[in-house]
Ligand binder design. Structure first.
Ligand code: GUN
Length: 282
């Protein structure tokens, strides 16, 4: 039976480390503030945004919340971002995605000042990651690297397979595993013979967005299986992209849903807010 990787415990460990750093900054007279913008009232977004605000409160970061109506125009949102870019008291700007259809997400992401891009979505942040320069890294994949490192799971020289190629998870995940000297393969919806590839993986990251798609037939005995998905199953219970009950008996280690990757995303957002201070200080 696999070791179950406790994302809740590891995220708390990281948040407690950050809390000390934030207190030290406060003593030096620096208050860190994160602007959190939500447009509309998507219920899932409301839960995520609420969790982000709670995490800020826990570690001592001020959150400046902006709740804008569903019918907000792109120009109005760009104007708010411009104002926050110029506001020296704001260290990070987070615009919760998805946005209503009248707003172009790319325009919004590109409008955020790169030095406040705590989500790591700006083309400059992505470019820096791809050429190995320091910068903000997308929180979910950064959190997965922390899960592996803090569970003493080596990455160097390992066969790493990422299923999914999104800009937020799959692509940055592959780059980070490569940076850690893994041998990386990305699979996606057009990949042929996918199980042949995933069964080679020592570390398998599932970010497909389909509930319980990855069962034991995709997994090599003893592999480390990281589940990025979050869905509700037929019984309204939370589940991931991985069929936990099928995979846990064959895997060496596995992340649960909930309590695996999810809490790490927020811990890394807090990490990026603290990094924003260091970045500004140069
Ligand atoms: N929507 C789903 N995940 C995320 C995230 O990590 N950041 C933002 N801004 N929106 C999201």
């Amino acid at each position: 039976m696999a070791q179950v990787i406790d994302g809740k415990r590891i995220s708390r460990e990281i948040k407690d480390e950050l809390k000390k750093q934030v207190a030290a900054y406060r003593e030096q007279g620096t208050e860190i503030a994160l602007a959190v913008i939500q447009v509309g009232q998507d219920p899932a977004s409301t839960v995520y945004v609420g969790n982000k605000k709670k995490a800020c409160e826990y570690i001592g970061i001020r959150s400046a919340a902006y709740e804008l109506p569903e019918e907000t125009t792109e120009e109005e949102l760009l104007e708010l971002i411009g104002k926050l870019n110029r506001d020296a008291s704001i260290y990070g700007i987070l615009v919760q995605l998805p946005l209503p259809k009248q707003i172009n997400e790319d325009h919004i992401i590109q409008a955020i000042a790169p030095e406040k891009d705590v989500d790591g979505f700006h083309p400059q942040s992505v470019g820096r990651l791809s050429i190995g320069q320091p910068g903000f890294v997308s929180c979910t994949p950064a959190g997965i690297i922390q899960l592996l490192k803090r569970s003493d799971i080596p990455i160097e020289g390992k066969e790493c397979v990422v299923i999914g190629r999104s800009n937020i998870v799959g692509k940055p995940m592959a780059l980070l595993l490569l940076r850690e000297n893994g041998t990386v393969t990305i699979c996606h919806s057009k990949t042929q013979n996918i199980k042949e590839i995933t069964r080679r993986a020592d570390i398998l990251v599932a970010a497909v967005g389909r509930p319980k798609m990855i069962d034991a037939s995709y997994v090599k005995e003893g592999a480390v299986v990281i589940d990025v998905g979050i869905h509700r199953d037929a019984d309204n219970k939370l589940c991931g992209d991985v069929d936990f009950d099928s995979v846990a008996p064959v895997a060496g280690a596995i992340t649960p849903v909930p309590g695996g990757v999810g809490p790490m995303t927020i811990a890394m957002l807090m990490h990026n807010c603290v990094e924003a201070v260091e970045l500004r200080k140069g």
